[in-house]
Design a protein around this ligand. Structure first.
Ligand SMILES: Cc1cc2nc3c(=O)[nH]c(=O)nc-3n(C[C@H](O)[C@H](O)[C@H](O)COP(=O)(O)O)c2cc1C
Length: 201
């Protein structure tokens, strides 16, 4: 099993970083191969620019995009770990998605419609946030996030979004609560991967 973790947080002392480290540790414990792409540490360029678009249109892939696509191609499970910023991904992760999940690699669109090309890949989303779950639930936004951060991106590309876990009120959470969230994330990961591997067996 190959686990790719796409991680976006600039601060070492963040909840996201603790969760990221816990997921890496859990994967190693299971004997999985794990690759972790720390987008800030990599100084990943998130801007899909004119040169990128021109190269992709001509059938070649810029090297920085190609490198990340190779990690995705080889992965069975892909986890995205990030804080919710302005009801969406941090810009660096949005830009990763813009550039890496390119036409011809992640999906194909022609006169017959759109086809996702990344089948057999399972996606987990881990989203920390400042608001409470109730605040977002009342507005119907948790469901909206599942669609805009999950289905409309990864399922569009043919992948299966197994789970999106939200971690609410992190800036005011006690150490016990933080640990509870991390344990909950690992338990969710454990049960969902078990279900997913039974399905694919
Ligand atoms: C630029 C910015 C935008 C934010 N936008 C939201 C938001 O839209 N909704 C929300 O619940 N929290 C928002 N927050 C709070 C963060 O999601 C929260 O501080 C973070 O998830 C805590 O986890 P961390 O320790 O991993 O950063 C925002 C924080 C920043 C810095």
């Amino acid at each position: 099993m190959k686990h790719l973790i796409i991680y976006a947080h600039p601060s070492e002392n963040s909840f996201s970083n603790r969760l990221n480290q816990a997921l890496v540790h859990e994967s190693v414990q299971r004997g999985w191969e794990v690759e972790m792409r720390d987008l800030y540490a990599l100084n990943f360029d998130p801007v899909l620019g004119a040169d990128d678009l021109a190269q992709l249109k001509s059938g070649s892939t810029p090297i920085s995009i190609h490198t990340e696509q190779k990690f995705i191609r080889e992965a069975d499970v892909i986890s995205f770990v990030y804080p919710l910023w302005w009801a969406g991904f941090p810009a660096i992760m949005k830009g990763y998605i813009d550039r890496v999940l390119a036409h011809g690699f992640a999906f194909k669109a022609d006169a017959n419609g759109v086809k996702g090309l990344l089948k057999e890949k399972r996606v987990y989303l881990y989203t920390s946030m400042g608001n409470s779950l109730e605040q977002y639930e009342q507005k119907g936004l948790l469901e909206a996030f599942r669609k805009t951060q999950g289905g409309e991106i990864f399922e569009f590309c043919g992948m299966e979004v197994v789970d999106q876990q939200f971690f609410p009120q992190i800036p005011v959470a006690s150490e016990d609560k933080i640990q509870f969230h991390i344990d909950q994330a690992l338990t969710g990961f454990e049960s969902a991967t078990r279900i997913a591997s039974t399905k694919s067996a």
